[in-house]
Design a protein around this ligand. Structure first.
Ligand SMILES: Cc1ncc(COP(=O)(O)O)c(C=O)c1O
Length: 489
């Protein structure tokens, strides 16, 4: 015969001193502790509140084999005292107590603290967010505060994904065709329409890095001198290395995050990778003696002289990473070109399987799940860009000194709101104290080469902060950030 839980608890209470309790039949509760809402207490733990006040706050989690005991009878036992000494215990909200720990009378544990397994907590005042560990115990005050603060900050960047993206992903999952297929082809052709080029002139791939590598490979970058800015992203250096090219590093223009392509006149290069950083478009001159890969990873939709950028050079590359202007669900990229032969060459490289020859190729494919999300995001891009523009204008009208294009015919997209400031770390700290995450957009350690040869890149790395600007950010939050940034930049 199997007893019900109630029957079992009934017998248990009769045969032991264990009171029925809401936690576990084998939790021993003595006296009247004040236990908050949503508290868990594991089996074979005890809470003894006989003779003193024991408080356990809401949302606390007490593992098994824990003794929370207000009474101490050791002095009575050996004859030093006539009484059992009882002292209050306070455990505030959101405290985790690991198994085999002992909490003695006189202990006060602040909220959001952790008592590590096996710790003996003596009478103490442990402030909130502490880690209490060991025997003899060590209290590390505020141990969890930075991590918790970081978690609750308004993020610097976020993708904008909603029910339409979810529905698109589910539709493909339900179709059972999840690898590269018709969705990828449709996404590629929608990209072509976006860039006003014929269908078939875009190849969707697994990342912006893959797109960069493929573009360099298609332009026969091996052993070639490849110009790239030091003020950019590690993906550029990686792609040059992967294709076995020779990097030729370039500074950005004064006060601009982009290279000034005219500055390359006296530099011997065969191929140039020209990223349009932060949404600010680069202008590629028609006459030049090298090939150009336009990197629009950060500037999808930006324009030069009325045309969307990406096709000013031989090849353009896009990134659809999670925090880019649009995402194909976390990772993704594309190569675009007016030159169909280049695109066909890249497409051939990507189709690595079931081929009739033994040429080396590689799997750089995007999946249909990714492409389906990308199609929705591409459709929503105008709405995203509009919202970003509105938020950027709040920073601009607050009088912040933001990085912007130098020419009216260059129409940016607001991928980043980068403000010049004399002490970036001080501004980042004050924003953090106000619950906002800001970053240095490219830190000195991230420059692809650090040298006084690149003074403009160093100056930007030392004197800029990137403020949050993304579609789901509220206008009121941006107004608050703008006020703080104006005061401290
Ligand atoms: C300018 C630039 N180019 C290329 C890339 C690489 O893109 P992905 O992250 O999709 O590989 C990035 C990514 O951050 C980037 O910022």
């Amino acid at each position: 015969m199997n007893p019900t839980q109630e029957e079992f608890q009934g017998w248990f209470s009769r045969l032991t001193d264990f009171k029925q309790n809401r936690f576990h039949p084998l939790v021993w509760i003595n006296g009247e502790p004040e236990i908050g809402e949503n508290v868990y207490i594991g089996g074979l733990s005890e809470v003894n509140a006989k003779g003193a006040r024991v408080v356990i706050g809401d949302h606390s989690d007490i593992a098994s084999f824990v003794a929370i005991n207000c009474a101490d009878s050791h002095r009575k036992c050996i004859g030093l005292s006539d009484n059992v000494e009882c002292r209050d215990i306070t455990i505030e909200d959101h405290v985790f107590i690991g198994s085999h720990s002992v909490i003695k009378g006189g202990a006060h544990i602040g909220h959001h603290s952790v008592v590590a397994a096996g710790t003996i907590v003596d009478p103490c005042e442990a402030p909130p967010y502490s880690l209490i560990i060991g025997n003899p115990m060590v209290v590390k005050p505020g141990y969890y505060l930075p991590k918790l603060k970081e978690k609750s900050l308004i993020p610097h960047n976020l993708p904008t994904l909603g029910s339409e993206e979810q529905a698109a992903a589910i539709r493909v999952l339900q179709s059972n065709w999840v690898a590269q297929g018709s969705e990828v082809e449709a996404f590629e052709n929608e990209l072509c329409r976006f860039f006003n080029i014929p269908d078939g002139h875009a190849v969707a791939v697994s990342s912006g890095s893959a797109a960069l590598y493929l573009a360099l490979w298609a332009l026969d970058g091996k052993k070639k001198r490849i110009g790239l800015p030091v003020y950019s992203c590690a993906a550029l250096r990686n792609a040059v290395g992967m294709v076995d090219g020779t990097p030729v590093y370039l500074d950005c223009g004064e006060g601009s995050p982009n290279i000034n392509i005219k500055d390359t006149d006296n530099t011997e290069i065969d191929i140039l990778i020209a990223p349009s950083m932060f949404g600010i478009p680069v202008c590629v001159p028609e006459t030049r003696n090298f090939k150009v890969i336009e990197d629009i990873a950060q500037s999808l939709g930006a324009m030069v002289s009325g045309e969307r950028i990406g096709l000013q050079g031989e090849v353009g590359i896009c990134s659809f990473y999670a925090t880019k202007l649009i995402t194909t669900g976390g990772q993704g990229g594309a190569v675009i070109s007016k030159n169909k032969a280049l695109i066909d060459k890249i497409r051939d490289y990507r189709e690595f399987d079931c081929r009739d020859d033994s040429k080396l190729r590689f799997n750089f494919q995007m999946t249909d799940v990714q492409a389906a999300i990308g199609r929705v995001q591409l459709k929503r891009l105008p709405e995203f860009l509009k919202k970003r523009e509105q938020l950027f204008q709040i920073y601009s009208t607050a009088g912040l000194e933001l990085l912007k294009p130098s020419t009216p015919s260059h129409i940016p997209v607001r991928y980043r709101a980068v403000v010049r400031c004399s002490d970036p770390m001080a501004l980042i700290k004050i924003l953090c104290e106000n619950g906002i995450r800001a970053i240095i957009p490219v830190e000195e350690r991230e420059l692809l080469e650090v040298s006084i040869q690149y003074p403009h890149s160093l100056a930007l790395a030392h004197k800029t902060v990137s403020l949050p600007v993304y579609p789901s950010l509220q206008k009121e939050v941006v107004e608050r950030i703008a006020r703080i940034a104006k005061e401290y930049s």
